[in-house]
Write a protein that binds this ligand. Structure first.
Ligand code: PGA
Length: 241
């Protein structure tokens, strides 16, 4: 695992977008998984700029969503799909055929997981997997205690996740389960990137960096992936206290 720290969120976002863009330039038909959430918004901004300015061609990439809330799809404001639609897919007018996303409204979420797992394995695995870290150490919706060997699965959300997740929605929203790519996907990705920004994340980032790989802290799978890159800004990487 490599660690890179930058002075501002904008610089962190620019450098992370640079990693993604450089990979795609080498492999234009890359299979790319993006997280939703607040952390990667700056990365999307830089990538949208690059594509619009003709510095990056993503027309042969396939994009996979990291996770989705149970009962939701892109029509729900605050859903994972809705967020990535707003920040990346719609501004670039990315065709539906290039997008693979969990449908959280499916009445067979296990089948949704199987569909996504099969696509990834038939494609030879993920190229890029860009994720954030939850305040409880989760990665995607892989909550503390999730086995490292897991692929896409239905997750019972941790209480912390149900509370913190309210920030994405216009009003109080009942959250109970989710569907998510697994920790094994991260470990096996050619370029797994874990990104963290802001003072709020300093505690969990400190814990992550001090910890060995343990299933109690799902994001600590970074320690089992020598090719993983941890990208942080100064606020999230405080050595104080
Ligand atoms: P955030 O979410 O990017 O909105 O902080 C990260 C997460 O909970 O995984």
């Amino acid at each position: 695992m490599q660690l890179h720290a930058y002075s501002t969120y904008d610089e962190l976002s620019k450098q992370t977008a640079g990693l993604v863009a450089d990979y795609i330039r080498q492999k234009p038909d890359a299979l790319v998984c993006f997280a939703s959430g607040h952390t990667p918004i700056g990365v999307f901004r830089w990538l949208v700029d690059d594509v619009k300015a003709g510095r990056l061609d993503i027309s042969r990439c396939t994009f996979i969503g990291l996770d989705e809330w149970g009962g939701m799809n892109g029509s729900h404001e605050g859903s994972c799909r809705h967020m990535i639609d707003q920040d990346f897919f719609l501004p670039l007018d990315i065709p539906q055929q290039q997008i693979l996303f969990f449908d959280g409204t499916s009445n067979d979420l296990q089948a949704e997981c199987a569909r996504i797992n099969e696509f990834i394995s038939a494609s030879g695995g993920l190229d890029i997997m860009l994720v954030g870290i939850g305040l409880n150490g989760h990665l995607g919706m892989n909550e503390p205690g999730t086995p490292f060997g897991t692929y896409a699965h239905v997750s019972e959300l941790a209480e912390d996740t149900k509370k913190v997740g309210q920030k994405y929605f216009p009003g109080e929203t009942a959250l109970s389960i989710g569907v998510t790519l697994g920790l094994a996907h991260f470990r096996e990705a050619k370029l797994p990137i874990l990104m963290a920004s802001g003072e709020k994340k300093a505690g969990i980032v400190r814990k992550l960096l001090a910890s060995e790989a343990t299933e109690l802290l799902p994001a600590s799978i970074v320690h089992l992936a020598p090719q993983a890159v941890v990208m942080v800004d100064r606020q999230a990487y405080s050595t104080d206290s």
